[in-house]
Design a binder for this molecule. Structure first.
Ligand SMILES: [Zn+2]
Length: 254
């Protein structure tokens, strides 16, 4: 599926300048990690905000995430126009990223996936809640974006800025929002955080499904909001160790 790279007559935005190749490598790694861990398949994407220009972000051209290399990374403005598209096909749902970066100055990285076990929590009234410490970041609640509310019946894709803004409004100040009948969006203060959260959102959905089945309608003891707050904000764990492991698996040993 293709998409117009930008609207006719719109001048391409100026580049914000070169980026440290190490960040590009991490973005490539993030894409491949999310594919290797089963969060992204042939679809979905990850981006990172430009480190010195908050009005720009970096993401791959439209490509299966496992196949992304450094030469596929493009710079886009927050309306999701490419700086130097050179005719390359862009992700149709890149607007998810630009609109969230605009709405959330604290966010440095965004993942959009269709990670499979999370989907049922967007189509039922069962809220996704943190089952264990690794997914403590879910403690503040996981909102669900209902595309029908503003857009009626659609192809379910967030493929323009208006839908992106509605999704960003649903996300609010949270780290994760589900998209009914489609997928989810995960944000973080760094690229490794966003990847970590995307992976553990899927793991949490699996565990919650198992716990609810075992409980057979009985109570399930989720992390208390107080516990989630301590782990997320006051005594965070070292996600660097997981990032190192995941990265070495897809990029080779450092
Ligand atoms: Zn999607």
């Amino acid at each position: 599926m293709t998409s117009p790279s930008q609207s006719a007559g719109t001048a391409a935005p100026a580049s914000a300048g070169p980026v440290d190749p190490a960040l590009i490598e991490d973005l490539v790694a993030a894409s491949r990690i999310l594919a290797a861990e089963g969060i992204l398949d042939g679809y979905g994407h990850v981006s990172v905000r430009h480190p010195s220009h908050p009005e720009r972000y970096l993401m791959s051209r439209s490509l299966a995430p496992a196949l992304v290399s450094a030469s596929d990374i493009l710079e886009l403005d927050l309306d999701s126009n490419p700086v130097d598209g050179r005719g390359r096909t862009l992700f149709r749902e890149r607007f998810i990223h630009g609109t969230i970066y605009r709405a959330r100055p604290d966010v440095q990285a965004v993942v959009h996936s269709h990670s499979p076990t999370v989907i049922p929590f967007g189509i039922t009234d069962v809220p996704l809640k943190p089952t264990f410490h690794m997914a403590a970041f879910l403690y503040a609640g996981v909102p669900v974006y209902e595309i029908r509310e503003e857009s009626g019946f659609t192809n379910m894709l967030v493929d323009d800025n208006a839908r992106g803004r509605a999704l960003a409004a649903t996300l609010g100040d949270k780290p994760v929002a589900l998209m009914r009948g489609h997928g989810n969006v995960v944000v973080g203060p760094t690229l490794p955080h966003a990847v970590f959260r995307a992976i553990y959102t899927e793991v949490n959905a699996r565990q919650q499904t198992v716990a609810m089945a075992i409980a057979q309608g009985g109570p399930v003891k989720y992390l208390a909001p107080e516990e989630g707050d301590i782990i997320t904000n006051k005594k965070p764990g070292d996600i660097g160790r997981a990032w190192q492991l995941w990265k070495s698996k897809v990029m080779g040993p450092p």
